[in-house]
Write a protein that binds this ligand. Sequence first.
Ligand code: URA
Ligand code: SF4
Length: 226
Amino acid sequence: APGAQLFIPPKADTLDALRAAAADCRGCELYQDASQTVFGRGDESARVVLVGEQPGDMEDQKGLPFVGPAGRLLRQAVDDAGLDPGHIYLTNAVKHFRFELRGKRRIHQTPDRVHIVACRPWLVAEFAKLNPEVVVVLGATAAKALLGPAFRVTKQRGELLPWPDAAQYPEHFKRVPVDSAGRVADAPQARLLATIHPSAVLRADNRDVAYEGLVADLTVAARALA
Ligand code: URA
Ligand code: SF4
């Protein structure tokens, strides 16, 4: 896959400009079967940005992220965690719906590493226009996009992590000086927190327990806001 980088206009200076350019992305083969690119949306000055996996069936049809059942559950969880669902920005690691046709049904397929890597330039470009204090990655795909393929959500969910190298440093992020512990110079102030995907809550045997876990992790993000 050539990657999304080729399709990002160097002069795209707003999220709207990026969104318009992403509509024509052919950075990997997923544009071929999906209906449209689903770019991020929400409050551009949000202190919390949430990153999902990829659009689902409904998102693919509407062209907006998190408009289906997982999105409804996510907004409820955000609210229950004490965050304002009206002041978040929502996006996905991969911006086209990957699916398999079974009869007339389109069955979700997890994106491969090649899709995650091809699409990551859009995510990094979005971060460069946002200025979040906490970026929440929802599920393994989003976590691997920013924390690398070895990251395990089950082991490190709910922990506030420093902004990782793998996520690259968007130029404009607020910077903090190196601290006495010798932390990476010039690291963005934004921190990252991994949790489960809202779809995993919908599929869980014990939905209540899974939901409470999601809310607990999001509460850590809410309390981290300065
Ligand atoms: N699941 C996701 O990861 N993203 C969406 O936009 C919808 C469902
Ligand atoms: Fe481009 Fe991402 Fe769509 Fe692939 S999934 S075509 S990289 S927008």
